[in-house]
Design a binder for this molecule. Structure first.
Ligand SMILES: C[S@@+](CC[C@H](N)C(=O)[O-])C[C@H]1O[C@@H](n2cnc3c(N)ncnc32)[C@H](O)[C@@H]1O
Length: 296
């Protein structure tokens, strides 16, 4: 909230409304001339927040949408530009705890992992549809799994014997291949890789950041909390690049690239949770916050 610096009469977008925690904090800082927009690609999150949020002086808009298309939500409500936006990436505690959603490797559930259950392929379908090579690429790129070909081959072989349907089917398959003490840390990475692929999370993030610089007003803030290095790298590079103006070679007499300085980082060093925050909320342990202010 400090990084977002909510102005009471401003228009703010929480692009990952989730359990509504941040959105409630934004609303609490707004006066009746202010507007809070909460979107989430998970329809269950939007329904839940709608039931939780009490009356407020400010205008509150809630819509199901992927954040890569938040501009359409603004258009539908005749909002040209916003004063700030927040992205708190990944999955919510409610999604992890909802057994039937398949995000947790600790619980027996359908191997689904779609944030929007009406769109795209489930993790089980993805494992069945991808070739060994494609699955290995997903495991390597999104899960940083070493020797991903061996794992992909094992997962495909399990699926051929009996289609993988549940999270426990996948965990059992991995334990059969690597032994019963196969580290939970690596299982978590496998689930992370599948989740990123199922929800096309990195492409979503890139598209959203590109839109953000055209929709956040000068002086407005973009705040992003990420939970793994792949996301954090995208945010870090995007903000760093946004701080750079002309990239023409010095030999050119005048600029031909037209690149303008768009933003200024508020923190060059990433902000991480304090020891006491992690103690109170262990799920915050991998959080990384970066924030920038629009200068153009
Ligand atoms: C970590 S939670 C956010 C929690 C929220 N900040 C709170 O205070 O409760 C992340 C949320 O982002 C949503 N999400 C992830 N990727 C999304 C995307 N591309 N578009 C819209 N929502 C997305 C997830 O469905 C999930 O509800």
């Amino acid at each position: 909230m400090e990084a977002l610096a909510v102005r009471p009469g401003g228009v703010y977008l929480d692009a990952t409304a989730g359990g509504g925690g941040h959105l409630r904090e934004i609303i609490a800082r707004l006066e009746d001339s202010g507007t809070a927009i909460g979107i989430d690609r998970d329809p269950d999150a939007i329904a839940w927040i709608g039931a939780q949020i009490s009356r407020s002086a400010a205008t509150v808009i809630l819509e199901q949408s992927p954040f890569s298309r938040f501009d359409s939500v603004l258009e539908r409500h005749n909002i040209g530009a916003i004063d700030g936006m927040l992205l708190d990436l990944g999955v919510s505690s409610r999604q992890i705890d909802a057994q039937e959603r398949g995000f947790s490797y600790m619980k027996q559930s359908d191997l689904d992992m779609r944030m929007d259950p009406s769109a795209g392929f489930t993790a089980a379908e993805l494992c069945a549809r991808l070739s060994e090579e494609e699955l290995a690429r997903v495991l390597r790129t999104y899960g940083e799994i070493t020797n991903p070909m061996r794992m992909a081959r094992a997962v495909k072989a399990c699926g051929k014997r009996r289609p993988l349907r549940t999270s426990i089917d996948l965990v059992t398959c991995l334990r059969n291949e690597y032994g019963p003490s196969f580290p939970v840390k690596v299982i978590a990475k496998v689930f992370q890789a599948l989740r990123i692929a199922v929800n096309d999370e990195l492409a979503e993030l890139c598209a959203c950041l590109s839109l953000a610089v055209s929709k956040v007003k000068k002086g407005g803030r973009i705040v992003v909390i990420s939970y793994h290095s792949l996301e954090d790298r995208i945010v870090k590079n995007f903000f760093r690049d946004g701080e750079q103006g002309c990239v023409c070679p010095p030999v050119l007499p005048r600029c031909v690239c037209g690149k303008k300085i768009l933003l200024k980082r508020l923190n060059k060093k990433v902000v991480i949770p304090s020891v006491s925050e992690v103690e109170n909320n262990p799920r915050s342990r991998s959080a990384r916050l970066r924030a920038a202010e629009m200068v153009a």
